[in-house]
Ligand binder design. Structure first.
Ligand code: SF4
Length: 221
């Protein structure tokens, strides 16, 4: 097989499809459930910071069952929000961020989420990954959200050689054709959760061994 991005990506998608549990990520589910509501994607991405997908899913379900829109969240009681999102961890900080983001959107953006990367980045608790997630999952605009999975897998496979997610994003933007950007995060995250795990990746069942620098390095040890 060729070890270019296109061939690798095709195999990652195939392996994901063949997994018994091929559910989408919390963001993909949220995006599909609510016809890409950028506000829900923004809040779900804030909830997903430093926690597992399952916790994000449960916290966002609870939160949106009580607060259905930006306006209601902008007026929400912090303690109430904290209790609803407790499962996502760092819930006090996240509750404060969610309420203050909602207030800014109501006061400055007429209750809409901006579609502009720099405007998103100016919101509290929104970094590059979150802004890119909102573009991809909320607006279907090509972007590359780089989380720990995308960073780890890209480095293991030798697509990039970087020390942090930001550099990984810049390198991937240079080397990956734009037509793959929208799907990249979703497929890499699923692959990282099920096969190319952070600890003890399941190389035995992985079809990418021939292209994987990390795998070759381990064999040399
Ligand atoms: S061979 Fe192992 S380390 Fe390499 S991509 Fe596959 S699962 Fe990940």
């Amino acid at each position: 097989m060729k070890c270019n991005f296109q061939s690798i990506f095709k195999l990652i998608k195939k392996m994901n499809r063949n997994m018994k549990n091929n559910n989408g990520t919390a963001l993909k589910n949220e995006s599909q459930k609510n016809e890409r509501d950028p506000f829900r994607i923004l809040i779900t991405t804030i909830l997903s910071q430093r926690t597992r997908d399952e916790n994000t899913r449960q916290a966002s379900q609870k939160l949106f069952s009580k607060y259905h829109d930006i306006k209601s969240l902008s007026e929400a009681n912090a303690k109430k929000v904290e209790s609803l999102i407790q499962q996502s961890g760092f819930y006090r900080t996240k509750a404060r961020s969610i309420i203050s983001v909602s207030k800014i959107l109501v006061d400055c953006y007429n209750g809409e989420v901006p579609r502009d990367f720099n405007e998103l980045m100016a919101l509290p608790s929104v970094g590059r990954k979150t802004a890119n997630c909102v573009l991809v999952y909320g607006f279907h605009v090509p972007a590359i959200p780089v989380d720990i999975h995308v960073h780890r897998i890209s480095n293991r496979l030798g697509m990039v050689n970087t020390n942090n997610p930001e550099d990984t994003e810049f390198k991937l933007r240079q080397h990956v054709e734009r037509r793959f950007w929208i799907e990249l995060n979703e497929e890499f995250v699923k692959f990282g959760q099920r096969i190319c795990k952070p600890i003890k990746p399941r190389c035995v069942i992985c079809d990418l061994k021939k292209c994987c620098i990390w795998y070759k390095d381990q064999r040399m040890k």
